[in-house]
Design a binder for this molecule. Structure first.
Ligand code: COA
Ligand code: AMP
Length: 630
């Protein structure tokens, strides 16, 4: 069947399409129907079914006689260790952990925060929650205590599962003090914490609150899988919005199972038993969907990689892992390839490894620049597939679905909408724009199974963020165009979200931190183009009258403040002090114009600007940082 056939089959009868995809899932109670229209543009999928995610991701493969197959390969060039866990071992480990959580009171519907580095225990913690019907919320290790505290107060977890430490090249990330700091700051307190002690740093446990990962499992009864309703939340994953308060994306259980499983063959072109590797982190949606859930649900072997594309130990690490573990499909972010390309432009490391096992590479998380795609294609001689999606959607929405058909590639476009997505480009008034014209990218409601049904405890924010501007459509927050062949081009965000090294960050959140500095009267943060990371944040600070300070000191202080409050992942290293910020007459900061000046792209003087002279000062400030080189 061609892509067009599959897409048409979905378009002609979406519910029948997803009901058929649902056949690949083990149900405790079959869904009586696919879609429930709850009114007011709110939808749910397979709501009346009963199902368990852990059963589908683990136990059923053991029952089917594939228990000895490797489920997880942990490869850590940082700790120089490798380990394999079979499906039967995984089942036993997860059942025991789930049993211990239950013995301490964790039940279906309770929230559990997971704060762990790239070790198999992170996946086991997620699966143990799924086994009980508990709702996990994984927090990325690069966030500071304050960000963790915000998530604790929003999710109100009964338990927190953490590791004693994470490992970045040359630096131990002290998870336990971060966790203790977050619990101190948070209003909500978990009943207990479970700490996985890593040998690189053994953490001090708080008597009565903290339990050792191994010790607390001793002698417990392993837990069986608890069937949950199809619309029961499997997890909450916080992602950046326009403010410092992150959005808690909710994922319902049944749609998640059906859709992720469908993508493994149709999009990523792997069969059960094949090795699939997403070089991301469990703290991001890519890690949720394509390190933990989809490969395991589909019966693949997944790789948990604790390392970086370069420096652990060299720019050949990706190729070593692919060749050693026989990876068939590899998924990474363009920024990772740019890092490799910078160190090994001629691909000397590529030549050292036998990559005959590799069939295709997928890139997502940020715009894949044609140079990077061409470089990777030249080096690897394999299809390099750009694809687009978001935390909210949970799996590829615009893609070249290699498992169905390798479509002609158009550089700069992630290709065509997948079944489930009827994408349009709209102008500000909601009118559909013709091919080639730039506007807001939206998808017709209902969204397919596995996408966000709402935000955690924030239905109004959900409607306001995604459904209100363009009634009847989901607003992606991205701007772009669709060409005459239906190929979608993603050009920019329409909000204050930036993408730094494939990490989604809120400039609004950074501005909130800068504004908290006692000498800062007003500020703006913009994302400027960066050759390695795609974008990098730059801060502009207007100081309070009378703040007679060395500007360099203030800049150092705000850089430290962002690292402390948001975390190292914000990669906020550049700021300048300016007299005033460019604004419209109504007082809106002209961030878009500032970005164009910084990137040296064409821009027009905004008609509504209050005082054009300020832009000269902004240009000079940007030049002092090495930007605005027209
Ligand atoms: N825990 C703690 N700190 C972390 C972290 C984690 N899990 N991940 C990143 N950080 C820290 C880094 O150590 C760095 O700290 P530093 O300022 O002390 O150097 C900071 O956060 C910024 O990290 P990053 O933006 O990743 O920059 P980098 O220079 O360390 O690495 C790349 C650059 C391109 C190699 C790296 O970003 C990369 O591999 N990106 C792939 C992105 C990806 O997989 N995205 C997931 C979506 S698909
Ligand atoms: P996240 O929710 O972290 O996955 O980030 C989603 C955002 O990253 C999207 O809304 C886009 O702005 C950007 N993005 C992801 N993949 C791509 C891609 N292939 N091309 C362009 N932008 C992308």
């Amino acid at each position: 069947m061609s892509y067009q056939d599959v897409y048409n089959r979905w378009k002609n009868d979406p519910e029948a399409f997803w009901m058929q995809a649902a056949d690949a899932i083990d149900w405790d109670t079959l869904p009586s129907k696919a879609l429930t229209d709850k009114g007011d543009h709110m939808y749910e999928w397979f709501a009346d079914a009963k199902v368990n995610t852990c059963w589908n991701a683990v136990d059923r493969h053991v029952e089917a006689g594939r228990g000895e197959q490797t489920a997880i390969i942990h490869d850590s060039p940082i700790t120089h260790s490798k380990r394999e866990i079979s499906y039967v071992e995984l089942r036993n480990r997860v059942a025991s952990l789930a049993g211990a959580l239950r013995a301490k009171g964790v039940e279906k519907g309770d929230r559990v925060i997971i704060y762990m580095p790239m070790i198999p225990e992170a996946l086991e913690a997620m699966l143990a929650c799924a086994r009980l019907g508990a709702i996990h919320s994984v927090v990325f290790g690069g966030f500071a205590a304050n960000e963790l505290a915000v998530r604790i107060d929003d999710a109100k977890p009964k338990a927190i599962i953490a590791a004693s430490c994470g490992l970045e090249p040359g630096r131990v990330v002290h998870y336990k003090p971060l966790l203790d700091g977050a619990i101190d700051v948070a209003t909500h307190k978990p009943d207990f914490c479970v700490i996985f002690q890593r040998e690189q740093e053994v953490a001090q446990l708080v008597e009565g609150r903290d339990f050792n990962w191994h010790g607390f499992q001793y002698g417990v009864k392993p837990a069986e899988c608890v069937p949950v309703e199809g619309n029961h939340p499997a997890y909450i994953l916080y992602t950046s919005g326009t403010t410092g308060q992150p959005k808690g994306v909710v994922r319902h259980t049944a749609g998640h199972l059906v859709a992720l499983n469908w993508t493994m063959k149709n999009v990523f072109n792997v069969d059960p038993g094949d090795v699939f590797w997403a070089a991301s982190d469990v703290g991001w949606v890519v890690g949720h969907s394509y390190i933990t859930y989809a490969p395991l649900i589909h019966g693949n072997t997944t790789i948990v990689f604790e390392g970086k594309p370069v420096g652990t130990p060299d720019a050949g690490t990706f190729w070593r892992v692919i060749s050693e573990h026989k990876v068939k499909t590899f998924f990474t972010a363009p920024t990772a390839f740019r890092a490799v390309k910078r160190e090994d432009p001629k691909g000397e490391f590529v030549k050292k490894y036998d990559l005959s096992c590799l069939d295709q590479v997928f890139l997502a998380g940020e715009r894949a620049d044609p140079d990077t795609i061409m470089w990777a294609q030249d080096q690897l001689q394999k299809p390099i597939i750009d694809h687009w999606w978001q935390t909210e959607l949970g799996y590829p929405a615009i893609c070249n679905p290699v498992g169905i058909e390798l479509l002609p590639v158009k550089l700069g476009s992630p290709s065509l909408p997948m079944p489930g997505y009827d994408m349009k480009v709209l102008d500000e008034c909601g009118n559909e724009l013709p091919a080639g014209e730039l506007g807001a990218i939206v998808s017709k409601l209902p969204l397919p199974p596995g996408t966000l049904p709402t935000l955690w405890n924030a239905e109004d924010r959900f409607k306001k963020s995604y459904l209100t501007n363009f009634p009847g459509y989901y607003e992606t927050g991205d701007a772009g165009m669709i060409d005459e062949d239906g190929y979608v081009y993603i050009m920019a965000r329409t909000d204050d979200v930036i993408n730094v090294a494939g990490h989604r960050l809120s400039t609004g959140g950074m501005e909130e931190v800068l504004a908290g500095h006692p000498d800062v009267a007003e500020c703006a943060v913009i994302g400027v183009a960066d050759q390695l990371k795609g974008q990098t944040p730059v801060g502009f600070l207007c100081l309070n009258a009378g703040a007679d300070r060395d500007y360099g000191e203030v800049v150092k202080e705000v850089v430290k403040l962002v690292r402390e409050k948001i975390g190292p992942v914000a990669a906020f290293k550049l700021a300048v002090v300016v007299d005033r910020l460019p604004k419209t007459r109504s007082g809106k900061i002209l961030r878009g114009t500032m970005v164009s000046i910084a990137d040296g792209t064409k821009w027009k003087m905004p008609a509504t600007i209050d005082d054009p002279v300020i832009l000269d000062e902004i240009t000079e400030a940007l030049k002092s940082l090495g930007y605005a080189q027209a």
